[in-house]
Design a protein around this ligand. Structure first.
Ligand code: TXA
Ligand code: MG
Length: 327
């Protein structure tokens, strides 16, 4: 059910769970200080109990009230990049009320989302909002209210429709607590290059996809539609398949001979165009809805025509998501 922001604030105050828009993906929001509300988020998502929730704030000052300290490098990055698609790992004081949201961990991941509706909700609530992506664990993250409705519509107390997410993939997560290095825990649209331009002297270590288990979520299969997806190097290897779909870029699609494409389509097959490799921002924005469209086709097996997404922050972010969905 679509609700307005005022209703969302009221529901959150009463300990309910509502889906909210952010610039990255929709979040499943709860009052981060309310243990029962947090428990509902885990139940609705069917989320493993050891996988902590990102906490959303409306300002740096609000974050300061809850954490041990905001290290200088972190503050600098926050001032420059937030509100925006980047999240920071920080230390909590021993008696923190955020420990329910962090599953007992002494570190919290904080984020100031760049979406006016959500910022206003957090401000009015005047409490942090815990919000993992608004999908059943293991399903793709939603980038529109309709995608939330399709996955969790009958489980949430309401969905705030804030339009389509302008980034389309989850926030970058970094640990910038140390003076000596910044660790990238999850790739996103803001990456090494952007961070380095602001902090040229600091060493940046990229552990995404390597050091599994740093963020509990990294050990679980993620972002996956119901359909199994297999990577292929060329169209010719699957040309004789039936009742399948091929995910591919605009460029790879255009490179296939039109007569061959038609023949493929005549055998109950589909092409799912991910977008142009020349515009990764657009591709990222549509990425999860393209994946979710697979589920509607009712096919058990699909293929992904491999791409080199390059070394830009967004390219790496897309590459790591692809690696998590392909079998
Ligand atoms: O863009 C985003 O970050 C979105 C929107 C809704 O804000 N949120 C999001 O949350 O992607 P989620 O729960 O789907 O992914 C958060 C990741 C998970 O892998 C989780 O394990 C990790 O961050 N995480 C959260 N809190 C943590 C903590 N205290 N310590 C270590 N890892 C944490
Ligand atoms: Mg998620």
């Amino acid at each position: 059910m679509i609700i307005g922001p005022e209703q969302a604030i009221q529901l959150l105050k009463e300990g309910n769970v509502v889906a909210v828009p952010t610039e990255t993906v929709y979040g499943l929001a709860a009052d981060a200080l309310n243990p029962e509300a947090i428990a509902k988020v885990f139940e609705i998502k069917n989320r493993p109990a050891d996988n902590p929730l990102i906490c959303h704030f409306y300002s740096l000052e609000q974050i300061r009230d809850y954490v041990k300290e905001i290290p200088i490098a972190t503050e600098k990055l926050m001032m420059h990049f937030t509100p925006g698609p980047i999240s920071f790992m920080l230390d909590l004081p021993g008696d923190s009320p955020l420990k329910f949201a962090t599953c007992g961990s002494e570190q919290v991941i904080v984020r100031i989302p760049d979406h006016p509706i959500l910022l206003n909700i957090i401000k009015e609530l005047n409490r942090p909002v815990a919000a993992p992506s608004a999908n059943t664990s293991g399903k793709v993250s939603p980038t529109s209210a309709l995608m939330v409705e399709n996955d969790l519509g009958n489980k949430v107390d309401g969905i705030v429709d804030g339009g389509e997410c302008k980034v389309g993939i989850e926030s970058t997560i970094i640990d910038s607590r140390s003076k000596h290095e910044i660790v990238i825990l999850r790739h996103g649209v803001i990456g090494e290059k952007e961070i380095q331009s602001l902090l040229p002297k600091v060493k940046i270590r990229d552990v995404n996809g390597l050091e599994r288990g740093v963020t509990p979520g990294s050990k679980y299969r993620h972002y996956a539609p119901d359909t199994q997806i297999f990577p292929v190097d060329s169209f010719s290897t699957i040309v004789h398949e039936r009742k399948t779909a091929l995910l591919l870029s605009q460029e790879k699609f255009e490179a296939i001979n039109p007569a061959t494409r038609d023949k493929f389509l005549q055998h109950q097959n589909y092409f799912i165009l991910l977008g142009s490799m020349k515009n990764l921002s657009d591709l990222a924005r549509n990425f999860y809805s393209m994946l979710a469209s697979l589920d509607r086709l009712g096919i058990s097996k699909a293929f992904f025509l491999k791409e080199d997404f390059g070394t830009s922050s967004l390219g790496k972010a897309l590459q790591t998501r692809i690696e998590k969905i392909i079998s």
